[in-house]
Ligand binder design. Structure first.
Ligand SMILES: *Cc1c(COP(=O)(O)O)cnc(C)c1O
Length: 393
């Protein structure tokens, strides 16, 4: 193996050394319970309060609006179930979301349907941008919450969240966005973006797996998902994961500073997109420009994405077919189907998610490795033989 290139940052990211260093004292010495009144507890409480304040500062909100959770999935569940159960008390038993959400949102909505809630799943156009007219028409006085992801994890398309906020608020509904992929890649300022709730996850921004955050705007009331002790202002029970909370604060600060590198990441992304879509019978999945700086998702006809992944892996390149969550199943990606990729072509796509750690040499290596792999796999494909024959007629 000549080189190792990690291009699967949308699945997870390595924990950065600065985050490990920030967490270390919480294991070695500051191991107290933040709820304890003695000195060891107060030491822990101070670290937790400090972490919350630093995160709030980056997001442009108040520290009292930041709630720590165990992951992005928990934040998604809490925001939607909490808003739905609360809304039900006022006769709001309807939820609006999109067909391309992460499973943590889609399956939460399906669970609520089984409990009697009605859910509208709004479609997207060929670039993955949500159909705003259909969305606006779906929101009614019965809608408790509108849940639309900030940016898609498979195809990277960024949604017009501000406009969607206006539509939700015009009907008195709450607006929730899953910003797990967006934070650290695009500027998010909650003093300007009028969402009521926003979810984020640690392991997508170089903090450990198992820590997440939900922003809940002051005045917004959600039902609890986890009942128990009085942690997180009585809204999310469980002794706080202090080391990871401190790590998350460090990761949030680093990610925010890292926004200045996004033009460089975008340039690498565009170079990859240009080179890979120059291969015949390929297509870019997702919007050309309204897309995450590090996301490349390209489909190749007559190829199995899994075969491509295995051959890339043998060359030291980590990529994905789109979604880590659905890679264990043989079902094609719900996101690719939603943007109109035909069933038989949805299997031939590959997602490369690069980061600030990616170099120009990595990009060169991906291009010079992937291009012959596509050619080699096509040579073995009877479908490809057909295409070549027909194009020679
Ligand atoms: C990864 C991801 C999640 C889930 O976050 P976890 O911390 O892994 O539970 C939710 N939404 C999106 C868009 C994601 O990419």
């Amino acid at each position: 193996m000549s080189r190792f290139v990690y291009a699967d940052n949308a699945a997870t990211t390595p924990v950065s050394q600065a985050v490990i260093d920030a967490m270390a004292p919480c294991f070695a010495s500051a191991w107290g319970n933040p709820s304890s009144l003695h000195s060891k507890g107060r030491e822990a409480k101070k670290l937790m309060d400090d972490a919350r304040e630093r995160i709030a500062k980056v997001f442009g909100c108040e520290s009292g609006e930041i709630y720590f959770t165990s992951c992005g999935s928990e934040s998604d569940n809490w925001a939607i179930k909490g808003a739905a159960l609360r809304g039900k008390k006022k006769g709001r038993t309807h939820i609006v979301t999109t067909v391309i959400e992460h499973p943590a949102v889609l399956n939460t909505c399906r669970a609520l349907e089984r409990e009697g809630f009605e859910v509208s799943y709004i479609g997207v156009d060929a670039d993955g941008v949500v159909d705003l007219a259909a969305l606006e028409a779906a929101i009614t006085e019965k809608t408790a919450v509108v849940a639309v992801m900030y940016a898609n994890n498979e195809i990277g398309t960024i949604q017009p969240i501000e406009k969607i906020c206006e539509m939700a608020h015009a009907k008195g509904a709450l607006m929730f966005t899953d910003a797990v992929q967006a934070f650290g890649n695009v500027e998010i300022d909650l003093s300007k973006l009028p969402v009521d709730m926003l979810a984020m996850s640690g392991h997508k921004i170089h903090a450990p797996k198992g820590i997440g955050m939900l922003f809940v705007r002051k005045g917004t009331v959600l039902s609890n998902l986890i009942d128990g002790g009085g942690q997180e202002k009585r809204h999310r029970a469980g002794t706080e994961n202090l080391p990871y909370i401190v790590g998350l604060a460090k990761a949030v600060e680093i990610a925010h500073e890292g926004l200045k590198d996004m033009p460089r990441v975008t340039a690498m992304r565009d170079r990859l997109i240009e080179a890979l879509t120059a291969i015949p019978y390929s297509r870019l999945n997702g919007h050309r420009t309204k897309r995450l700086p590090g996301n490349v998702n390209v489909g190749f006809e007559c190829i199995e994405g899994e075969s491509m992944l295995l051959l890339l892996d043998m060359k030291g390149i980590c990529a994905s077919t789109g979604s880590a969550c659905s890679s264990a199943s043989l079902e094609p990606s719900h996101v690719l189907l939603a943007i109109g990729v035909p069933h038989e072509k949805a299997h031939g796509s590959i997602r490369l998610s690069i980061s600030r750690e990616t170099t120009d040499e990595d990009v060169d290596y991906i291009i010079e490795t992937l291009t012959p792999i596509v050619a080699r796999l096509r040579e073995m494909s009877p479908l490809w033989e057909e295409i070549v024959k027909n194009s020679n007629k």
